[in-house]
Design a protein around this ligand. Structure first.
Ligand code: SAM
Length: 236
């Protein structure tokens, strides 16, 4: 069963409000019928805090997370390329969860699972030092000043993510929005993270060769926008 989100603590855009109207959403039934052992709803996800490896993945491999998987191109690629790592995806839109998990399971991947959960309060489903690498690609930039409070990257959020990551692991962030990138760089500078990679033009940088272009990355690149990347480590 996939339960509705607990909306108590969140501001939700109109679009996201729509996504929680389960009865109107054709993807809810598809997920319930076909992917019950790969997609975890809010209550179940919270009960698995600290136990994802033992209870769900049933191995001791690293546990990476992707926040905002969208249609799941990176998610499927990453889990396929890294069978010795686990990948847990966070999404709030049913359609995106469906697209993502269908893409991964059609490749027969058992190391890829999804949570329907607001990543803003990620520490409700993941315990301290439970997570390895974290990927956040093209989160909504909320460009209007009055909406900055809705941005994912906030001081509290980085503190929470830092706590749930293992020492030596990294967090990677990509965006096409220079203003949101500057905001993010400042937030990381004010956090315990150590910035190791920073570029305002990823596709001409030394890291381009190892970069996988996500769906949104392709969209913005085709429009002539530059892609920015930050990678930061939790020190050992
Ligand atoms: C602009 S899309 C980017 C998708 C993908 N990462 C890519 O690069 O193609 C942002 C995604 O983040 C999801 N999202 C937004 N806020 C979220 C939150 N608080 N927790 C989890 N996912 C969220 C949205 O539903 C959307 O699918």
């Amino acid at each position: 069963m996939i339960a509705p989100l607990n909306m108590r603590d969140f501001y939700l855009s109109k679009e996201n409000m729509q996504s929680i109207r389960e009865n109107d959403n054709p993807y809810v039934m598809k997920l319930r019928e076909g992917y019950g052992d790969s997609v975890y709803e809010e209550d179940r996800a919270q009960s698995l805090k600290g136990k994802w490896l033992i209870d769900i993945f049933k191995n001791q491999n690293p546990l990476d997370i992707e926040i905002g998987t969208g249609n799941g191109y990176f998610f499927a690629h990453q889990s396929f390329q890294n069978p010795d790592r686990n990948l847990l995806g966070f999404e709030i839109k049913y359609k995106c969860i469906y697209q993502t998990i269908r893409r991964a399971t059609s490749l027969g991947l058992l190391n890829a699972k999804m949570i329907r959960f607001h990543a803003n309060v990620i520490d409700q489903v993941l315990g301290e030092n439970e997570v390895d690498n974290v990927y956040i690609f093209f989160p909504d930039p909320w460009p209007k000043k009055r909406h900055f409070k809705n941005r994912l990257i906030q001081d509290d959020f980085l503190q929470n993510i830092y706590k749930i990551q293992k020492p030596g692991s990294f967090i990677e962030f990509k965006t096409d929005n220079p203003e949101y990138f500057d905001w993010t760089v400042e937030k990381f500078k004010n956090s315990p993270y150590e910035i190791a990679r920073l570029t305002y033009d990823l596709h001409t940088s030394e890291w381009n060769g190892e970069n996988f272009r996500t769906h949104f990355e392709n969209l913005w690149t085709r429009k002539g926008l530059k892609i920015m990347l930050l990678r930061a480590y939790k020190s050992n």
